[in-house]
Design a protein around this ligand. Structure first.
Ligand SMILES: Nc1ncnc2c1ncn2[C@@H]1O[C@H](COS(=O)(=O)NC(=O)[C@@H](N)CS)[C@@H](O)[C@H]1O
Length: 436
């Protein structure tokens, strides 16, 4: 994309209510625009990040044989009356009455709806297990939306749902999803630690939340640093072998990790002093096993091999896709701006032309840009060098390719790694290799 003709409005000042770095930087780099309290428009650079995160989430869900669906954002109140959550859910639920006076709601989550869909298509135990997911907008009328997209009212979530024959099978699914989550967050480029969690309005008695380390996080956390050193993408786990999955899960839960609600001092004392880490974190995902809570309350059953009625055991698995955009910035920025992990950056590199009146510079920039116009941002504005450098650091693309007349005269450009600040002189024809 060419910066001079793109809709990437950077701002010098931001509204006073933007208290934390991610909120300030997302507004200053024109990633989002608040349309009303807790409700945002996603502009080109922000949408590119949102879609890259969603694509990684999707790939790792597909890798454990989950199947993608897309449910409506608007739901009938009748569904929630069947499960008994219509009143229980409280003021966070946005209730809507249509022209025919029918009670609808903007879905905060979809356990009831997916259970109703399952009910219409699966009558026999042979239809189990079912593992479905969607990536869809949700609405929760938070009393105090804040921190930009991190605690919004309309937000983008991957929500997965599983149906299994019994508890043991449901636990295998839970283990699979745990592995998929660890792989997902590692690929996105953040350190997310799973911690035992309370279940809240979703229900059930087994739940883990995934916390990204960030000083502005709402949760206090205690964990064994050895956990953060694990490489989940290299972990030899066979997702079709329940013992392999159980061994992975046992290993994973052998490291101490707890939010302040669940912290156990006695257990904490067993962690070697040099591996004890305390901090704050942002919850970017949560998984739940809640058995037959919804299948029983909604009377959704299948016929077992002995022709008896069986209520399938369920779980649900959420990732805050839009929250992750803010959470990544919270965990990866400096005083000059965002430091995007490679996998989710809006663009791979920004080409900074310092010789807007120098034909040789323009030729080198154009040639580099044309090699990958989809993933290169070309700063072709008629701006001072200082302004271009400041904007490049602010927007946080992983690489900066700085093209100046002196360098071009020796057929080299300067390449800067945003994360480390490391600079190198690179021959023009080796830039692409250098970036890979
Ligand atoms: N107000 C919000 N703004 C942005 N993200 C949110 C908000 N509320 C929740 N999330 C994100 O959505 C994830 C899943 O939400 S949840 O309530 O924990 N789980 C569910 O809704 C389950 N139905 C999972 S399918 C959370 O981990 C969090 O990352």
């Amino acid at each position: 994309m060419r910066l001079s003709s793109s809709f990437l409005p950077t701002l010098k000042e931001v509204p006073a209510e933007a208290q934390i770095a991610s909120h300030r930087f997302m507004l200053r780099t024109g990633m989002v625009r608040q349309m009303s309290s807790g409700i945002y428009a996603w502009l080109p650079a922000g949408l590119r990040v949102l879609n890259k995160i969603a694509d990684i989430v999707r790939e790792e869900q597909d890798a454990i044989n989950a199947q993608e669906v897309l449910m409506p954002t608007l739901q009938s109140a009748d569904l929630w009356k069947r499960s008994g959550r219509y009143d229980a859910y409280g003021p966070e639920m946005l209730r809507i009455v249509d022209r025919h006076k029918r009670d609808l709601l903007y879905g905060p989550t979809n356990e009831e709806m997916i259970t109703d869909i399952f009910d219409q298509f699966v009558t026999s135990y042979k239809g189990l297990p079912a593992l479905l997911y969607q990536i869809q907008w949700k609405f929760r009328d938070e009393i105090r939306p804040r921190f930009g997209v991190m605690r919004g009212r309309e937000f983008y979530m991957k929500d997965g749902y599983s149906f299994d024959l019994d508890y043991d099978s449901a636990v295998v699914t839970y283990h699979k999803m745990m592995l998929a989550y660890l792989r997902t967050f590692q690929r996105i480029g953040v350190k997310a630690i799973p911690m035992l969690a309370d279940t809240g309005p979703i229900g059930g008695d087994l739940s883990h939340e995934f916390i990204i380390l960030a000083p502005t996080g709402e949760s206090g956390i205690f964990f064994d640093s050895a956990f953060a050193e694990q490489n989940w993408l290299e972990m030899p786990v066979d997702i079709n072998d329940k013992d392999s999955l159980a061994a992975f899960f046992k290993r994973m839960t052998s490291f101490y990790a707890a939010t302040d609600e669940k912290h156990d001092e006695a257990e904490w004392e067993k962690v070697p002093q040099e591996r004890k880490l305390e901090g704050r974190g942002i919850e970017v995902g949560q998984i739940f096993y809640f058995g037959t809570k919804y299948t029983e309350s909604m009377d959704v059953s299948v016929t077992g091999s002995d022709s008896k009625k069986i209520y399938p055991h369920m779980g649900s698995y959420g990732i805050g896709v839009s929250r992750l955009v803010g959470a990544i910035i919270e965990s990866s920025h400096d005083e000059n701006g965002i430091i995007w992990p490679d996998a989710v950056a809006p663009f791979k590199a920004v080409i900074i032309n310092l010789g807007m009146k120098d034909q040789a510079c323009k030729d080198v920039c154009e040639a580099l840009y044309q090699t990958d116009p989809e993933n290169f941002l070309y700063d072709d504005r008629d701006e001072r060098a200082g302004a271009k450098f400041a904007d490049a650091d602010l927007m946080g693309h992983p690489w900066q390719i700085i093209v100046g007349p002196r360098g071009v005269a020796q057929n080299v450009v300067e390449v800067k790694r945003r994360k480390t600040g490391q600079r190198a002189e690179v021959p023009v024809d080796q830039v692409l290799d250098y970036l890979s």
